[in-house]
Design a protein around this ligand. Structure first.
Ligand code: SIN
Length: 292
């Protein structure tokens, strides 16, 4: 497949692009550079017709950065750096992995820059994924609220908000094994509420309803009204794009500038995807960037 066949089509005015005419397994450095450029512009990329095996997925992920072995969720026995995102057909009326708006593992001191997800087996209908643009979420706030939020930090933890934790063997379903392979993963970690993207220089809101517990130096009760407002604001429909998965599709999304959610509407059907994660750096807030 020649590089000149690459076609990059935005899927909404503000978020997401579909890329066709590319075989990521055989991509040249120039093609990867083109993809990185598109990634900075669109934040979520849908690659058609990739059909990557687990080995291919790891190799392709490595072209974009350092592969991260994530805490809490057990990787595949054969490929520990890959999570099999699976819900079996007989797993009805249970939560699904990633079923609430979040940025992956935002509770880590260095949260992952990006995530890749390769479709392996899809329901006939349903099981779509949504993303929401967090640059827009920030940019559409009033100047007064921006000024209030700009210097703030928030506490993120690996335990779902408001609970004391799922326990050592808890599972979203029997198909996703949550583990405690990183003893530091449930520590409180502070991140700026508004982060500056290291590649684009744009400001993005960086809170989510799964891992953000409260604002730093405030109680949960004091933080709740404003966090509730931000959580509903930052997923407004006009900030979103939605993917109806296709056979062989690979998706890569930016956890620094987007939130995402897996729609759990396909009980009775099997859904399997393979997921890798790209390591990231400590998020930088506005004050830090201005001091440089
Ligand atoms: C995730 O949050 O990584 C899962 C996304 C999906 O299954 O669509």
């Amino acid at each position: 497949m020649r590089e000149s066949n690459i076609d990059i089509r935005p899927v909404t005015p503000h978020l997401g692009a579909e890329i066709s005419g590319i075989d990521l397994r055989a991509a040249s450095d120039a093609t990867i550079a083109t993809v990185k450029h598109a990634f900075a512009e669109h934040a979520v990329l849908f690659f058609k017709d990739q059909h990557l095996s687990p080995d291919d997925l790891l190799a392709v992920t490595g072209r974009f950065g350092e592969v991260l072995r994530v805490p809490y969720v057990a990787g595949m026995a054969s490929h520990p750096d890959i999570i099999a995102v699976l819900k079996e057909a007989d797993e009805r009326r249970i939560s699904t992995f990633g079923g609430t708006w979040h940025s992956d593992f935002s509770f880590l001191p260095e949260p992952p820059d990006a995530t890749l997800l390769q479709a392996a087996e899809l329901p006939r209908l349903g099981g779509d994924t949504l993303w929401a643009n967090q640059y827009l979420a920030y940019e559409t706030l009033s100047d007064g609220l921006k000024r209030l939020l700009d210097p703030l930090f928030a506490v993120h933890t690996g335990w779902p908000h408001g609970t004391t934790g799922p326990g050592p063997d808890a599972a979203v379903s029997r198909s996703i094994k949550m583990t405690r392979n990183d003893p530091g993963a449930d520590k409180e970690v502070l991140h700026p509420v508004v982060r500056v993207h290291p590649v684009t220089g744009r400001k993005a809101l960086f809170v989510n309803p799964v891992y953000t517990q409260r604002f730093a130096e405030m109680s949960v009760a004091e933080s709740k009204p404003l966090l509730d407002y931000l959580h509903q604001h930052c997923t407004r429909p006009e900030f979103q794009c939605r993917l109806r998965w296709q056979d062989g599709m690979l998706v890569m999304w930016d956890n620094r500038s987007t939130l995402h959610l897996a729609i759990n509407d396909y009980d009775g059907e099997r859904r399997l995807l393979y997921r890798t994660t790209l390591a990231g750096a400590q998020p930088r807030g506005i004050a830090h960037m201005e001091s440089l």
